[in-house]
Design a protein around this ligand. Structure first.
Ligand code: HEM
Ligand code: HEM
Length: 186
């Protein structure tokens, strides 16, 4: 991978981005699989604990990421981007940031208010901050399930757009986020 870029994202933000990408896609695929299985069956029960643990980890990673993002400067969009592409990219990134916070919160509402367990990677149990409450449980369940469609769409568009830039446009989009890119000022 060439490092001939004039600007790229902050090095810590780039590392968090790729850690997020791996954990997020794992959480998404496990969630999708569990959603297709009957409640109470195995391995759905065990996999849901992994799904929830990944989701909680992603929530804390999202807080760290947002802090790093606000404290550092983002590179200017490549000159070759049309205004429409810039707006589409910005909307997609905003949606992904929103998802990184809303999915863990709605999942937690569902789990906590429903009285379900939340064992963190086979170690300790997270406290249930919501007391048993059917309305909160239902709201969390419905929102989590409905937003899952936005998740699939936003992630698919994000990956397809990256592929488009790499394969068709052959521009510096991926290099801006590549872990080992240089960060020379323009
Ligand atoms: C970024 C974090 C998360 C993502 C991307 C995510 C994504 C998903 C997806 C795509 C599904 C499948 C939806 C369906 O087919 O109905 C799902 C199901 C589920 N998620 Fe999450 N989730 C996240 C975090 C959490 C957290 C933190 C919890 C709980 C603490 C949680 C609890 C659940 C439960 C219980 C289901 C099963 C729902 C059912 O089958 O009725 N999720 N999640
Ligand atoms: C294989 C999976 C992924 C690839 C190839 C990828 C690629 C990229 C690339 C190339 C950029 C830079 C775009 C630019 O500079 O305009 C970027 C930015 C971004 N990506 Fe991804 N990404 C992936 C997964 C994800 C996932 C799962 C999320 C979150 C759920 C995510 C969230 C973001 C966000 C929010 C940005 C904007 C930069 C920021 O402000 O933090 N990405 N991604």
């Amino acid at each position: 991978m060439t490092t001939e870029v004039t600007t790229s994202y902050d090095p810590l933000l780039r590392r968090i981005h790729w850690a997020t990408a791996i954990l997020f896609i794992a959480a998404m695929l496990i969630g999708l699989y569990c959603g297709l299985q009957a409640p109470g069956t195995s391995p759905r029960r065990e996999l849901l604990e992994v799904h929830k643990s990944l989701g909680v980890s992603l929530f804390f990673l999202a807080i760290l990421r947002l802090m790093v993002r606000l404290a550092t400067s983002a590179p200017q969009g490549p000159g070759s981007f049309s205004p429409m592409v810039r707006i589409a990219a910005r909307l997609n990134h905003w949606a992904l940031y929103a998802i990184l916070f809303i999915m863990p919160v709605t999942g937690y509402m569902f789990s906590s208010a429903g009285g379900y367990s939340l064992r963190y990677f086979w170690t300790f149990s997270w406290p249930r901050l919501f007391a048993h409450n059917q309305t909160v449980e239902h709201a969390g369940e419905v929102a989590h399930g409905a937003l899952a469609y936005l998740v699939y769409l936003a992630v698919a568009l994000h990956i397809a757009a990256t592929l488009w830039h790499v394969v068709v446009k052959k521009d510096e989009t991926l290099a801006r986020m590549w872990p080992r890119a240089s960060r020379n000022p323009t």
